[in-house]
Design a protein around this ligand. Structure first.
Ligand SMILES: Cc1cc2nc3c(=O)[nH]c(=O)nc-3n(C[C@H](O)[C@H](O)[C@H](O)COP(=O)(O)OP(=O)(O)OC[C@H]3O[C@@H](n4cnc5c(N)ncnc54)[C@H](O)[C@@H]3O)c2cc1C
Length: 447
């Protein structure tokens, strides 16, 4: 019997998994997960989510997932030799690190005459596919989206998989001390149950409710999508043409758009996509570092900013509207480089994805793809009043101000001596910092 390896990466599911199907079509499958030393830099929350998900996948396979630690270009050839595998099947990774790693693995396997088969991607449409008529990449979301719709894949039926039981070769699952199970649905069944429950009650109203952080208005499926517990093409199958469903489809496409941008311009992971923004003055001195540290604790004195940061620190997830407000505050009120914020988010998010995160930051910072122009500065107080009018979200994450009524909770400092003493005063004055941001922008725009 031919033995093949399914190299599990961002495709932790059994259903509609083309890498697994490709391995199964070629032989009897050993599912392998490689614990890469670089995982040490992922957030504790993301690692906990990943290992909990892997455990669930292991149970779904009957316990045959093999875990091995080490550099993938060393582990894969050695393990393939150990089990006598003739090919390794995977879903391609498009992050700059993932592309380099996979190339090294391909070369290392080739030396042993073992084929590395790239049979799927984490996206409905493979990055690099959607281009203009002249073959160049699309730089703006809406035209990308219109073309992307024309490439959506057909669903294909899963064939039966025969697993090979080599569990004796596996290292044990690491013990993770985390409440990840209490917070998130883990594994394919639980994630699909979440989708079924959420989409039945919320999808039609997604358009209106997706900006309100106090309600269950968004799917909270970003981490399962990040780890491939479900694939976007599976979700797309469930979407009709109502306004809510259309909007949800667009949001899935943003994820694909950013992956596409990074595929064509991998250097924009950490440098401005709009190079003209390179001359924008930013603060990086000791005072800026101290302000950044205060921001990272969720103690800016602006409740909506602090609520978002505390939500992320406690749960590993933050609502999209609040991510935008928080990112805008860091870049335009504290004037520090967006890269500091992007790293901070990657250090804490369970859905941390280098393309969506770093280009989400660039979008907000006005340095990225059809970005919110730099001169459009979010006002944290009016954003809070608009999107959390009852203050429910603020009360949930900031107990120090939970007793304030709706008229005071968005700007507690206005109470003067009656402001809750346990909550900090604003670390900067938004009106002044907005003007400062606009004046710095003049050095870029010349106006
Ligand atoms: C500064 C900043 C950083 C971000 N970092 C990440 C990140 O690390 N990982 C990540 O998955 N998303 C990131 N996003 C995008 C977005 O905030 C999250 O995808 C979303 O909040 C996840 O919640 P949800 O699953 O309930 O979203 P829903 O509203 O239910 O959307 C469904 C899915 O569509 C995708 N999606 C939605 N909005 C966006 C968007 N703006 N960009 C890209 N994909 C989107 C996600 O996969 C999401 O799960 C970031 C946005 C900003 C502004």
């Amino acid at each position: 019997m031919t033995i093949t390896i399914w190299w599990i990466r961002r495709d932790m599911r059994l259903e509609d998994n083309r890498a697994l199907q490709s391995a199964a079509a070629a032989g009897s499958v050993v599912p392998l997960f490689v614990i890469d030393p670089t995982f040490a830099s992922a957030s504790d929350a993301r690692r906990a989510y990943m290992f909990a998900t892997l455990r669930s996948l292991n149970e779904a396979t009957g316990g045959v997932v093999v875990l091995r630690s080490g550099k993938p270009d060393e582990v894969l050839p050695a393990f393939a030799a150990l089990v006598g595998a003739s090919s390794v099947h995977m879903a391609a990774d498009f992050s700059p690190y993932g592309r380099k790693r996979d190339e090294k693995v391909r070369v290392a396997l080739e030396q042993s005459r073992i084929e590395l088969v790239s049979a799927d991607t984490p996206y409905a449409v493979r990055p690099g596919t959607v281009v203009k008529d002249d073959g160049t990449p699309l730089k703006v979301f809406t035209p990308f989206y219109k073309r992307w719709l024309g490439f959506l894949p057909e669903q294909i039926a899963d064939a039966k998989v025969r697993f090979e039981d080599r569990r004796e070769l596996s290292e044990g699952f690491p013990d993770i001390d985390s409440d990840v199970h209490a917070r998130w649905p883990i594994g394919e069944d639980a994630v699909w149950a979440r989708w079924t429950q959420w989409s039945a009650s919320q999808l039609q109203g997604y358009n209106d409710n997706r900006n309100i952080p106090s309600i269950d208005g968004t799917s909270q499926l970003s981490a399962p999508l990040r780890f491939g517990v479900l694939h976007p093409r599976q979700l797309l199958q469930h979407l009709g043409s109502s306004e809510g469903e259309d909007h949800f489809r667009r949001e899935l496409a943003w994820r694909e758009f950013y992956a596409d941008v990074l595929f064509h311009q991998p250097e924009t992971t950490w440098v401005n996509l709009q190079t003209k923004m390179n001359v924008l003055p930013v603060d990086t001195d000791a005072a800026a570092k101290a302000r950044f540290a205060q921001f990272c604790e969720g103690n800016t004195g602006y409740p909506i900013v602090d609520a978002g940061i505390r939500q992320m620190l406690q749960t590993g997830w933050m609502h999209n509207r609040v991510r935008m407000i928080v990112a805008s505050f860091l870049v335009k009120d504290l004037h520090v480089p967006w890269q500091w914020g992007a790293k901070f988010f990657m250090d804490h998010l369970i859905d941390g994805d280098i393309a969506s995160n770093n280009h989400g930051w660039q979008w907000t910072a006005g340095t990225g793809t059809d970005a919110a122009p730099f001169f459009r500065v979010f006002n944290p107080t009016s954003q809070s009043e608009k999107f959390d009018p009852t203050g429910e979200y603020l009360r949930q994450w900031i107990p120090e101000i939970a007793d304030l009524d709706n008229s005071a909770i968005h700007a507690p400092w206005e109470l003067g001596l009656l402001a809750p003493p346990a909550y900090p005063a604003p670390m900067v004055d938004h009106a002044n910092e907005r003007l400062e941001a606009l004046s710095r922008y003049k050095s870029v725009s010349g106006k």
